[in-house]
Design a protein around this ligand. Structure first.
Ligand SMILES: C[S@@+](CC[C@H](N)C(=O)[O-])C[C@H]1O[C@@H](n2cnc3c(N)ncnc32)[C@H](O)[C@@H]1O
Length: 270
């Protein structure tokens, strides 16, 4: 069975998904005291939105994802950015015990999971990651918490109405990004023995073109739910017509991260 991120979905993702702001990477670096000696793992790395900018701040980044098409785009993004210190591994959260055995205890400064934890078994994953983290290291669960149709603007309201009219249901938050999801993840991290579990928020403000907006919407579909042509073209046209004319499409998005540190003394395995 496919992961839902193959083919055209990976292309939309690579081309149109907005990257994370540099303030996020500044905050992660400060939080986990990243240095050029450190290695970081990006689980569910997709097209490298977290892994590639992180690579400029540490010694090496390992990006893991079960979708070969996503990894191909991640490799291309790394090459464009000159990030030769990245390694791309085909795998999933289920492979963490095996990958961890190869990496070794205490080898990682951080494990990043961007907009992907809802595909994983986080109750199993968090305890498995703990022994892999070096002192002062930790986990960051990053989410794009304001998708294009849930922002506070006329164009975002129009987009939401347009998507509701097309699909017959009001679009909500992207999986794993709601406040309830974040609380659930924070509780699971604390239960697994992590300390100093807290949340940070950074903003991404940018002007979008109409094509970026439409491509951004399509990048949120799975391979199974991406409308086929000609429906996709019709939806794109409907979105164009629904937007307030002559006004810039200013995006004001909230990026959240649940952060958690490995304790100085690891809890005994249960
Ligand atoms: C929405 S994308 C996020 C990509 C990137 N981390 C980001 O922040 O933009 C979700 C990614 O999770 C990957 N994924 C799905 N199931 C997974 C699993 N069980 N373990 C690891 N990654 C998974 C998908 O292939 C996809 O690339």
């Amino acid at each position: 069975m496919g992961t839902g991120f193959s083919g055209e979905v990976a292309e939309y993702y690579a081309k149109y998904r907005r990257g994370y702001p540099s303030e996020l990477f500044d905050a992660l670096q400060a939080e986990f005291a990243w240095t050029k000696e450190d290695a970081v793992l990006d689980l569910g790395c997709g097209t490298g939105q977290l892994a590639v900018p992180t690579a400029a701040r540490v010694r090496a980044v390992v990006g893991i994802d079960p979708e070969p098409d996503m990894l191909r785009f991640a490799g291309e993004a790394a090459a464009r950015a000159g990030a030769g210190n990245t390694v791309w591994v085909l795998g999933s959260d289920a492979d963490v015990p095996e990958i961890g055995a190869q990496i070794g205890a205490g080898a990682l400064a951080s494990v990043l999971v961007g907009q992907a934890l809802h595909w994983m078994q986080h109750e199993l994953l968090f305890p498995r990651l703990l022994p892999l983290l070096r002192p002062g290291g930790g986990v960051a669960v990053v989410a794009d918490s304001s998708p294009l149709w849930l922002q506070n603007s006329d164009w975002s309201n129009a987009l939401r109405d347009c998507l509701e009219a097309h699909f017959g249901t009001r679009p909500g938050p992207i999986g794993g990004s709601s406040p309830q999801d974040r609380s659930r993840y924070a509780r699971a991290l604390a239960a697994a023995g992590y300390v100093d579990v807290h949340e940070i928020t950074v903003r991404r403000t940018d002007e979008l073109t109409v094509d970026q907006l439409i491509g951004g919407v399509f990048s949120t579909f799975s391979a199974q739910s991406l409308p086929p042509e000609p429906e996709r073209g019709e939806l794109a046209q409907r979105i164009r017509w629904s937007l307030p004319s002559g006004k810039p499409l200013i995006e004001d998005a909230e990026i959240t991260a649940v952060l958690a540190h490995a304790p100085a003394v690891l809890p005994h395995p249960r």
